[in-house]
Write a protein that binds this ligand. Structure first.
Ligand SMILES: O=C(O)c1cc(C(=O)O)c2c(n1)C(=O)C(=O)c1cc(C(=O)O)[nH]c1-2
Length: 572
């Protein structure tokens, strides 16, 4: 499909299995999670001619993290506050807007939304009040809605749904509210539940013995990032979040399947395999960004791998078996990490420095910080350069101590660390001189065959908090820094090739597509949630250097193309 006049084209399973380069049908472009486009009209030689074609205010503020999803010239964008906008991708003309009003007494811990899914003739969104809505793609009218849990019990949703095998897969947030996490698969046509997988193993279930007493009932393990999918083996891969409450002594044991990669049968939801990155999490290191499915050349042999740059600061390379079983290959730090003393070379299981493990009435300083070496923003992989691109945060640590928990009240925080302590927990790496510009955010490029870092582009006095887009034009695109820049780097050496300053901070997932022979790059600006909370921590840490810095929150869709006759027509 390459639209001359944009019109919605039915999204079949076949189109999702083999997506067309012109379209961007899911947050990472393809099921393998690469965030890679084979388009190369915009490339390292001409990217200096990239200009804005149109922009559109979303009408809301806060963290705009979704990828602009494009099907046959029609763009779908979701924003905080349960909204979707459908736009003509060439011109920015609005086709429809949808809003699902939130209950007025609802408190949002993470007011964001990571995108829509397309399937058949519908658009799907997971909502803050823990429902899935299906809209008719051409009209924006509700086709069905199904609530997977009660928001008053502390469940909410921020992730992009994953559409596969006639199902819409979603998971729940609430790791700080004493939930029991799960993934639901809903029938794409009707919204009826097909299967449910609990991420906290219950008594008698496999993994159930890794929770003591009733701790499983409030064990957390949220799923707040979309999964990836292997159509060949019909296996979905998700990353799982932290155990709850935070202090590990409240839930002794490994706590399966927290902070893990899990493989589920798309048809039945049955667990096929898992790998727990770190056991009995104590640092809020959700490992929710799903592992990327990459075939890595090892001594001339293609190894089917699952690759994940962890919030725990380790770059994990795992083996994926056709049966769904997951094996361990390697793990190594990509930022300063002082918690793991070693990892078992056979299993990857880390041993901990006990002084770095916080607990109830036990304070600990640990690195990386509780936002991790990399929070949710996704890595990208280019099959052309064979490099993995990681949005990393180095030289940051956190200090927290647990307090005794009272009884859980449904819908209230159930963390065991005062929320103000969490937001003020950020510390510099011991020994770092914060009176000088500090190296924090990095865009790193890794050769997965050798396990070596090939280059790193460093940002001073700023975290790096945005997903990466890689293209066949030998470019990688990303925002993520506190100066409102959106940038393009040379994919092979990390050289900055182009940057433009936008209205707000940029933590959107960039996407690219083609209409009428013109390649476009799209990204959302709009800053907030934990990028902003961490930046507030940096402002305190680096005072007075960032005292006057403002990173506005206003949401906007931005679309760019190369200057030339065709873009002039497109932008009229
Ligand atoms: O435990 C959870 O349920 C949960 C949910 C979310 C979310 O849904 O966005 C975040 C986190 N945890 C979290 O730990 C975190 O660092 C985080 C950052 C962000 C963000 O949007 O920037 N969300 C979340």
């Amino acid at each position: 499909y390459d639209a001359t006049a944009p019109s919605y084209a039915t999204v079949s399973q076949d189109r999702l299995d083999k997506p067309e380069p012109q379209n961007w049908l899911m947050p990472r472009g393809t099921y393998n999670g690469w965030g890679y486009s084979p388009l190369d009209q915009i490339n390292a030689k001409n990217v200096k001619r990239l200009i804005p074609v149109w922009s559109l205010s979303t009408g809301v503020t806060d963290a705009h993290q979704a990828a602009p999803i494009v099907n046959n010239g029609i763009m779908f964008v979701s924003t905080p506050q349960n909204r979707i906008i459908a736009v003509d991708a060439r011109t920015g003309d609005t086709i429809w807007r949808y809003e699902r009003h939130l209950p007025p007494d609802m408190q949002q811990l993470h007011p964001t939304n990571r995108g829509v899914a397309l399937y058949g003739d519908k658009v799907y969104m997971a909502t803050m009040d823990a429902c899935v809505v299906a809209l008719t793609a051409t009209t924006g009218k509700v086709a069905w809605q199904h609530c997977v849990a009660k928001w008053r019990d502390g469940y909410y949703m921020t992730l992009a749904p994953l559409a596969a095998d006639g199902k819409i897969l979603v998971g729940v947030s609430g790791g700080e509210l004493g939930i029991r996490g799960f993934i639901d698969a809903l029938d794409a046509e009707t919204g009826k539940e097909d299967w449910k997988f609990y991420t906290v193993a219950g008594p008698g279930e496999p993994g159930g013995d890794t929770w003591k007493g009733d701790s499983w009932k409030t064990g957390g393990v949220p799923i707040w990032m979309q999964g990836n999918y292997d159509p060949a083996t019909r296996t979905v891969y998700f990353g799982t979040g932290n155990g709850g409450p935070w202090m590990p002594d409240t839930r002794p044991g490994d706590n399966l399947f927290a902070t893990s990669a899990i493989a589920l049968d798309v048809e039945t939801g049955k667990l096929k395999g898992y790998h727990q990155y770190h056991w009995n999490d104590a640092w809020d290191w959700d490992e929710v960004s799903a592992p990327l499915l990459i075939d890595v050349n090892r001594n001339g042999r293609a190894v089917h791998e699952l690759v994940h740059a962890g919030r725990d600061g380790y770059l994990w390379q795992l083996q994926r078996d056709p049966s769904g079983k997951i094996g361990f290959i390697s793990g190594q730090p990509f930022v300063h990490q002082d918690v793991f003393k070693s990892i078992d070379p056979k299993t990857g299981r880390p041993t901990y420095d006990e002084a770095k493990v916080p607990g109830t009435n036990k304070k600990a300083l640990f690195c990386p910080s509780l936002w991790g070496g990399k929070d949710w923003p996704m890595e990208a992989y280019s099959p052309k350069t064979k490099l993995l691109y990681v949005p990393a945060n180095d030289n940051l640590c956190a200090e927290i101590a647990g307090e005794k928990l009272g009884p859980r009240e449904p819908g209230s925080l159930y963390v065991g660390v005062p929320i103000d302590d969490i937001f003020s927990s950020l510390r510099p790496r011991p020994g770092v001189d914060t009176s000088k510009p500090m190296k924090i955010g990095q865009l790193q490029a890794w050769d997965l065959s050798t396990g070596k870092k090939v280059w790193s582009h460093d940002f001073l006095d700023s975290a790096m908090w945005a997903p990466i887009l890689a293209t066949a034009g030998d470019l990688v695109f990303s925002g993520g820094t506190n100066d409102r820049m959106f940038r393009a780097f040379d994919a092979s050496n990390g050289k900055l090739e182009w940057e433009t300053r936008l209205n707000s901070g940029v933590e959107g997932t960039p996407s690219t597509f083609m209409v009428n022979g013109v390649q476009y790059i799209a990204v959302l600006s709009g800053y907030g949630v934990d990028a902003e909370r961490q930046n507030n921590g940096l402002k305190k840490m680096l005072a007075p250097r960032l005292d006057h810095q403002v990173v506005p929150n206003d949401g906007t869709i931005h679309v760019f193309a190369l200057m030339g006759p065709k873009t002039e027509t497109a932008s009229r």
